[in-house]
Design a protein around this ligand. Structure first.
Ligand code: SF4
Length: 431
């Protein structure tokens, strides 16, 4: 008897579709039964290996299983009837899907927003105001000798960031951990601060004051107070000296800075600090984006509509005013009569009052998994997992586009997000 040979497929340079670090050095080996993943952290590995856990496999309309055609028709009916449908999510999907979603939102005169409005929206507002002196993670790896993490905890949120891009790798001009100084600024000690040379603990809500004091010291050499934001002024002077004297420095910042008191002013002050440092050295700033393609939505939306998120098409042309046209503001004013969610989970992250309103309006969800939002959907359409079961494009946190690869087929009858949206768009056009 001849033993049946397993068909083994190895994918090199596979891009992990989990967080904004988009590590592109994974090796994935598949045969007909098993998948082996090399180089990924626990988050990336779980996304691939646990892809069948909590999966949705059949479309549902008002709780009853139905065909895909019927679900798409019902979905189109809701969108056509709605006066102001709200489209939300689009951060855990491909750029190709985002493009169709924007077209659909425009077609039905709705509003489209991504998860930026509850994470790095303030970063984008600050960039509108003061620009962004930035560079790529490749340049950080090759050149940076001072790494500052402010209001973020990469050891938990982006577990390979330090090893692949910022702290530990040897680059062309930088020499691994020994050649770099690492500073963590946060309101409490974290797993990341344990690895830092200097940890600066700021009082909650006082980041703006600390950034402003650093600018004062860098620009004038003095700051005539004993402490700022709970930090001894001598410690800030020490940090200011490190910043001025490094060869190539970078600030990575997270939601500890975007969502504490000061909001986008914190970010514009951090960017202005980086600009001040140009008098002395090379410095840059990069946001630690969470969802793997939230940056992609900002890019695609900006080149499609002129605005990066929270775009309102109800007037017949794109219009943007975060604080008014973002998903949470619209829901809290009860200013939408239907919601469409793909690549996001607002019920898990939005305030209770807005979630209460989501429950009262027709809710369409396209998701591979039974998320909290999917659980309360009126119409639920299962989709393939982008970057695992379908290929596509995504932008890394430093705005570098990368190609997501497919490693396995989706379950039978399950389409990609892009295909589902195209079918809904066709149905809307027919109606
Ligand atoms: S750090 Fe992020 S992108 Fe890299 S392997 Fe982990 S989850 Fe994936």
């Amino acid at each position: 008897m001849i033993a049946k040979q397993k068909k083994i497929k190895i994918v090199y340079n596979y891009v992990c579709p989990f967080c904004g670090a988009l590590c592109d050095d994974l090796i994935v080996e598949t045969d007909e039964k098993e998948i082996k993943v090399e180089n990924a952290c626990i988050l990336g590995t779980s996304k691939i290996l646990a892809r069948n856990h909590g999966r949705v496999l059949t479309p549902k309309v008002y709780g009853k299983e139905t065909s895909l055609e019927k679900a798409i028709e019902e979905c189109a009916k809701i969108l056509v009837k709605s006066k102001k449908p709200l489209f939300y999510g689009f951060s855990s999907t491909t750029c190709e899907t985002q493009e169709v979603a924007i077209e659909l939102a425009e077609k039905v005169g709705g509003v489209i927003d991504c998860t930026s409005s509850v994470c790095h929206g303030p970063t984008i507002l600050a960039v509108h105001e003061v620009g962004v002196p930035s560079f790529t993670l490749g340049e950080v790896k090759n050149r940076a000798d001072l790494i500052i993490f402010w209001g973020c905890n990469p050891m938990h949120a982006h577990p390979r960031h330090m090893s692949r891009y910022s702290v530990f790798p040897s680059g062309r001009f930088s020499k691994s951990r020994i050649g770099r100084k690492v500073v963590v600024v946060d309101v409490r000690p974290t797993e990341s601060s344990k690895l830092a040379d200097i940890f600066i603990q700021v009082k909650p809500g006082k980041d703006y004051e600390v950034l402003n004091a650093l600018r004062t010291i860098i620009n004038t050499g003095e700051c005539n107070v004993k402490s700022v934001g709970g930090v001894d002024i001598n410690k800030l002077k020490e940090l200011a000296e490190m910043m001025k004297n490094c060869k190539f420095g970078v600030i990575f910042f997270g939601m500890g800075l975007t969502h504490s008191i000061g909001n986008y002013w914190n970010i514009s002050e951090a960017i202005s600090l980086v600009k001040d440092l140009y008098k002395f050295t090379k410095f840059g700033i990069i946001p630690m984006r969470g969802h793997y393609n939230v940056t992609g939505f900002n890019e695609v939306c900006a080149w499609e509509t002129g605005f990066p998120f929270a775009v309102d098409f109800t007037k017949g042309y794109p219009w943007y005013n975060p604080g008014e046209t973002d998903a949470n503001s619209i829901l809290s004013r009860r200013d939408t009569d239907a919601m469409f969610v793909l690549g996001g989970d607002p019920v898990a992250h939005f305030p209770k009052t807005t979630v209460e309103y989501i429950k009262k309006i027709p809710l369409i969800v396209v998701d591979p998994f039974m998320s909290l939002t999917a659980k309360i959907a009126n119409i639920l359409i299962p989709s393939a997992i982008a970057g695992v079961e379908v290929e596509g494009s995504a932008y890394r946190m430093d705005s570098i586009p990368l190609r997501l690869k497919k490693i396995v087929d989706p379950p039978e009858g399950i389409l990609s997000d892009e295909e589902i949206l195209k079918r809904i768009l066709e149905k809307v056009e027919e109606m």
